[in-house]
Design a binder for this molecule. Structure first.
Ligand code: DC
Length: 211
């Protein structure tokens, strides 16, 4: 029997770290769906970002594209957020995500529209967030290791721009599903957040198996 966990939330909210920990704890497969959009966005940087080109790139995406260098850069993050507003790009990526969610070992997917669009029937839905300032501090700590020209102010501005674009788009905007558990990690240690999420999933898993 499959078991699906949908985790949504903005950049640097902690959703990726929580998702990986959950996958390891329960033996679920994990898909970071942002990587699909980053891989398409990355290609548009050299091949053009018209809706037609971006759609073709999304339709032709391969597993190798997900291993490209620099997918975690600030430039690729913005490119991903830009192509993510194109409905045809999103459509091209839906089937892969839905199939992934149904695997028998159980699956955790993290992104922006997992609980609302990709897996509206997920067994557990979470919306992980934190203040923009806290998220920018976390992201700066990560990015400044590779790029010492980056400034904290620039990272905060980038995060706000991406939040506004991801939450403001017409199709599949970043929003908590009405039945999602809200987890605000602004003042939480990551281990606390992981423990809280494990408890939520375990309760639901036990409930599914008691019926
Ligand atoms: O999770 P991330 O920061 O790696 O995502 C990069 C961008 O991809 C994000 O700003 C918006 C887009 N995205 C999306 O629109 N839907 C998803 N399910 C995941 C990511």
């Amino acid at each position: 029997m499959s078991f699906t966990v949908a985790i949504d939330g903005p950049a640097a909210s902690g959703k990726g770290t929580i998702s990986r920990a959950i996958a390891e704890h329960f033996g679920f497969a994990h898909l970071d769906t942002g990587l699909l959009y980053r891989a398409v966005g990355n290609k548009t940087l050299t091949q053009g970002d018209s809706p037609e080109i971006a759609t073709k790139l999304a339709q032709e995406l391969t597993a190798d594209d997900l291993n490209a260098d620099d997918l975690r850069s600030a430039e690729v993050a913005q490119a991903a957020s830009k192509i993510a507003v194109i409905p045809q790009v999103r459509t091209a990526l839906v089937a892969f995500q839905k199939t992934f969610a149904k695997q028998p070992s159980g699956a955790v997917l993290d992104g922006r529209d997992i609980g609302t669009v990709i897996c509206p029937d997920a067994d557990v839905k979470l919306f992980v967030t934190a203040s923009a300032q806290v998220r920018a501090r976390r992201r700066y700590a990560e990015l400044s290791i590779k790029d010492n020209s980056i400034t904290p102010e620039q990272v905060l501005a980038d995060i706000k721009l991406r939040d506004a674009r991801d939450a403001g788009r017409d199709i599949a905007p970043m929003i908590a599903a009405p039945d999602a558990h809200l987890i605000d990690t602004s003042n939480m240690k990551i281990a606390e957040a992981i423990a809280a999420v494990i408890a939520i999933i375990k309760a639901r898993h036990d409930q599914n198996h008691s019926v």
